[in-house]
Each structure stands twice: as structure tokens, then as C-alpha cells.
Design a protein around this ligand. Structure first.
Ligand code: GDP
Length: 527
């Protein structure tokens, strides 16, 4: 393979996730992004044969294939780039799954409901992005509704999320009077046409805010609009690539996901500015995407994604080199070389066998129980990608079976669900209880549902006297033995085989920490 081509392929990759509060429009915009991505590809490949019907052919094909935007990973080509979109779970509980997915991307798209502004979950997700200074591009959605004053929305983003806003385009009117967006950089109006949400609309442009066409479009509002734009130019900073890449400034686009308008401008801006695959922290050294040897890490495990494939998939971000079919990888934690013949990619919702994947791409490995979240794979080097944590759960329940004969199935189910990060499970050393831990309360419901659905086990939750958990270790084996003997009633083994201290109260935890200063009590555990 030519060196230049290898680098070129990496530089084409854009790997990102969407963060938003529920209902802001994440699903809708994902659909539209796939429309844009697929249309380019399919229209390009069938145009010669079918002429002007290419687009509608594609639409029926999408319907037939039933592209599901609930897929965890979607890949689509756009303007010579390869875009990887990683989905994050939509429910309200702050979830570990989301956190880990954000460790596998190079940037994020923040979608904000223009009528509601900055909401809770966006604030939390933003905190997570902050930890790694992830670059953020913003889309203010629902311009076809009566939203809040856009200046006010930007002020809110700046003050609440503490990030400077550089609008790239500006909305012309809103709700019924929404006329389009004005690009502040190119001095071009992109005109909105209603009722084109399901297609690739033509890009109707008007050059210059001072033009006669602009005046005609805006009618009686033209003077107000010109004044407002003047004000916006004065009050907002110009886009600064460096500041964006450092996570200090966000370029802002306006539009309507439902109307599929403003999405093109946003996506064009995204593939232009968003970072290509970045280097990843690892021990003992950082890994650059351009390195020729393959490496990657697992950030998510999901069971039974597709009823047709009843298996578990480990999602791996490729960090360097190439994955190619049939290659040998070292499973570093196990110190074993394994041949991977059937990894999958996620080309717009379709699981297909992948032949080559490069830095920035996500591949799915069939997991038969040997892969855990956080595992590193290489071409032989002893590396360990870092920064993919487990959080100590905050909520605990004892889980009990309705049918005691199903103990094996319950253990297997819980083991798998904990591996995939859906819950955490603890087996106390001194009794036969099984304790389930969660970060958010919804997780319990999901686990009970999935146990029943996938493992045919009906389980009941009962309260248990556990307030918090800490992973424990100690460098002094003698002191550790003493601790293990004296605190046996509080110790358990978690789903990954790690010793854990289950504290009935916070006070109990503080006392134990005071009594055994040599023992480390960790609230997060690196995989
Ligand atoms: P999610 O929860 O963030 O995935 O949000 P959805 O994409 O499911 O959207 C929530 C609701 O808002 C749905 O009823 C959408 O049809 C609607 N919606 C999304 N985008 C727009 C938009 O641009 N304009 C309007 N009027 N409604 C929208």
C-alpha cells in the first residue's frame, strides 16, 4: 500500500457523536445526515444509468432496507470524507455507556432546541466533553417554530456551557416567517423551501445581503435583518479553528432538522473543520493514527443487537494502522494472539463484513465472552489504551429469582449485561446474594426487562443495605490480608472479578478508609 494513500485515508475520517437533551432532534438529524450521506453515494453510482430518477430510487431503497437510526454506529461517505457517527443512548440517566462512547470520538455535534435553549442533559454531556476538550460544533434546531431570540440562545450557551460561540450562519426569521439562513462568512443567503424534509433539496442561493433579491425575499423585514446581522457581526467572534479544536469555541449553525434545512450547511462545515482521527492516550506511550501497526480499544459491548444475529458485538475504535480481514491481533489483556476473520462495519445501519478499516473507524468483533470493555488489541505490542473508566454505582438492589432453578441463567445474563456495561454486578463473599448496582435508576428496569426478554429469567429486586461501592487494592499483601479478613462481610467480587468494598453507609466507608490507610478505595476503575 502506498504511504500517501494510507495517510490520505486516515485524513478523510470524521468520527463523532451527537449530544443533546431528549427531544431536541437528535434522531431527526441523524436521519437527515444519513439521507445526505447515502444520497451522495447512491446518486453518484446510479446517475449514469438512471438519470434524474436517481434520488427517488434511492428513497425507496432506503425504505426497503429499513435503515434503522437506532444503530449504535453508522458510517456514510460525504464529499470525499468518511463519516463515522456513534450513537449515544437517549435516556435521561447519565450513563456510563455515553461516557465511554465519547472516549471513542474525535469531536461532537451539539443539537439544541432553539425554543428551549440549554437543557440539563446537554449540560451534563458537555461536562464529559470538557474532560477531554473535545471539539464541539453546534446546531440550533427547530427554526421552523417560534423559538427564542437567537442572540439570547447564544448568550445562554456561552454563560451556562462556558464556551464561546462563533455563528457561521444566522437565521432569517423563524416559525412561519423562516426564510433561510445567512452565511456570515461568505455573505450568501441559503433560501428555505418548506415541505422538502424528506429529500435532498436544491440549494437556492442569494449572493449578498445588500442585493435586490435579498430585499425581495425578506420583504418588509429587510431593514431589521440587515441591522440585526450588523449587530451580530459586532457582538460575536469570528470562527477560530484553533479555539474550536481546543474545545474553547463552538461554530454555530441554525436550521431545522425536520425540514432538512441548514443541515447541509452544517454538514459541509463539519467535514471541513472537524478533526481527523486524533492520537489516543495509552500506556506506556501515546498512539498516533498514522502508525502503520494496527491498534484499537473496545468501548462498548452490546448483546443481541439484531434478532437475526443473536450474538454479542464488541465495538472497537481503530486507533492506528489497518484492520484487514483475517488478520491476527494480540488481545493484550489475555496476552493471546487471535485471528479475526469476521469483523463487521456499520455502513448506514447495515451490518456488513468489513475488509479494511482504518484509524477513526469502528469495527464490531463477535464476542464469545473473552472481550471486556476497555480491552486493547494490537499487532503484538504491549499497549493499554487509558481513560475508559467504570464509575462506582450509586444505587444498589438485591436481585432474586422467581424460579430458583434458573440461577445459572441469571448469573450468565448478569455477567453478560455487566460486561456490556448495562449494569454492575457484585457477588458478596460471605453470602449467596447477588447485588446489582447502577448509576441511574432506569438501568434496573432495563436489566429486568432484558433478563426476561433475552435470558428468559424473571427476577425481582429487593432493597439492600448498600450505599456505595469502592474497588480496593493494596501494595502491602500482609496489610491487605488483614483488611480482607476483618472486612470480609463487606467484600464482594464484581462482574469483572475485581475485589470491591460494599459500604452500608458513607460513614462506614470513611471509617474503613481511616482504619486501613494502606488500602486504596477507588470510585472509578479503569478497565
Ligand atoms: P431526540 O429525542 O433528540 O432524538 O428528538 P427527535 O428527533 O425524536 O425529535 C423530537 C420531536 O421534535 C419529534 O416530534 C420531531 O419530529 C420534532 N422535531 C425535530 N426537529 C424538528 C424541527 O426542526 N422542527 C420541528 N418543528 N420539530 C422538530
Amino acid at each position: 500500500m502506498a504511504e500517501a494513500n494510507f495517510i490520505n485515508e486516515i485524513n478523510k475520517r470524521r468520527t463523532f457523536a451527537i449530544i443533546s437533551h431528549p427531544d431536541a432532534g437528535k434522531t431527526t438529524i441523524t436521519e437527515k445526515l444519513l439521507l445526505w450521506g447515502q444520497a451522495i453515494q447512491i446518486a453518484g453510482s446510479v446517475k449514469g444509468k438512471k438519470g434524474p430518477h436517481a434520488k427517488s430510487d434511492w428513497m425507496s431503497m432506503e425504505q426497503e432496507r429499513g435503515i434503522s437510526v437506532t444503530s449504535s454506529v453508522m458510517q456514510f461517505p460525504y464529499k470525499g470524507r468518511v463519516v463515522n457517527l456513534l450513537d449515544t443512548p437517549g435516556h435521561e440517566d447519565f450513563s456510563e455507556d455515553t461516557y465511554r462512547t465519547l472516549t471513542a470520538v474525535d469531536s461532537v455535534l451539539m443539537v439544541i432546541d432553539g425554543a428551549k435553549g440549554v437543557e440539563d442533559r446537554t449540560i451534563k454531556l458537555m461536562e464529559v466533553c470538557r474532560l477531554r476538550d473535545t471539539p464541539i460544533l453546534s446546531f440550533i434546531n427547530k427554526m421552523d417554530r417560534d423559538i427564542r431570540d437567537p442572540i439570547e440562545v447564544l448568550d445562554e450557551i456561552e454563560s451556562v456551557l462556558k464556551i464561546s460561540c462563533a455563528p457561521i450562519n444566522w437565521p432569517l426569521g423563524m416559525g412561519k416567517e423562516f426564510k433561510g439562513v445567512y452565511n456570515l462568512v461568505t455573505d450568501t443567503i441559503h433560501v428555505f423551501t418548506q415541505g422538502q424534509g424528506h429529500m435532498i433539496p436544491d440549494d437556492i442561493q442569494i449572493k449578498g445581503l445588500d442585493s435586490a433579491e435579498a430585499a425581495e425575499l425578506m420583504g418588509p423585514y429587510i431593514d431589521d435583518v440587515r441591522e440585526e446581522i450588523e449587530l451580530v457581526r459586532g457582538a460575536t467572534p469570528e470562527f477560530d479553528m484553533e479555539a474550536y479544536l481546543q474545545g474553547k469555541q463552538t461554530p454555530v449553525f441554525f436550521g431545522t432538522a425536520l425540514g432538512n434545512f441548514g443541515v447541509r450547511e452544517m454538514l459541509d462545515g463539519f467535514v471541513e473543520c472537524a478533526p481527523k482521527p486524533l492520537a489516543r492516550p495509552a500506556a506506556p506511550r501515546e498512539v498516533a493514527p498514522e502508525e502503520e501497526k494496527f491498534s484499537g480499544f473496545v468501548f462498548k459491548i452490546q448483546a443481541n443487537m439484531d434478532p437475526k444475529h443473536r450474538d454479542r458485538i464488541a465495538f472497537m475504535r481503530v486507533c492506528s494502522g489497518n484492520y484487514h480481514q483475517g488478520m491476527k491481533m494480540r488481545h493484550v489483556r489475555l496476552g493471546k494472539d487471535i485471528r479475526i476473520s469476521d469483523a463487521v462495519t456499520f455502513l448506514a445501519g447495515d451490518r456488513s463484513a468489513v475488509e479494511v478499516a482504518r484509524a477513526g473507524d469502528i469495527i464490531g468483533l463477535h464476542n464469545h465472552g473473552t472481550i471486556q470493555i476497555g480491552d486493547t488489541f494490537t499487532e503484538g505490542e504491549d499497549l493499554k489504551f487509558t481513560g475508559i473508566p467504570h464509575f462506582a454505582p450509586e444505587l444498589f438492589r438485591r436481585i432474586r429469582l422467581k424460579d430458583p432453578l434458573k440461577t445459572k441463567a441469571l448469573q450468565k445474563g448478569l455477567q453478560q449485561l455487566s460486561e456490556e456495561g448495562s449494569t454492575q454486578v457484585f457477588f458478596p463473599k460471605n453470602n449467596n446474594d447477588i447485588v446489582v448496582g447502577a448509576v441511574g435508576v432506569l438501568q434496573f428496569e432495563v436489566v429486568a426487562y432484558r433478563l426476561k426478554d433475552e435470558y428468559k429469567v424473571e427476577a425481582i429486586y429487593e432493597p439492600v443495605n448498600v450505599a456505595t461501592a469502592r474497588w480496593v487494592d493494596c501494595e502491602d499483601p500482609k496489610k491487605f490480608d488483614e483488611f480482607k479478613r476483618k472486612c470480609a462481610d463487606n467484600l464482594s467480587i464484581d462482574g469483572g472479578g475485581h475485589l470491591t468494598y460494599l459500604a452500608p453507609t458513607r460513614v462506614n466507608l470513611s471509617l474503613a478508609q481511616e482504619r486501613y490507610p494502606e488500602v486504596r478505595f477507588r470510585a472509578t476503575r479503569e478497565h
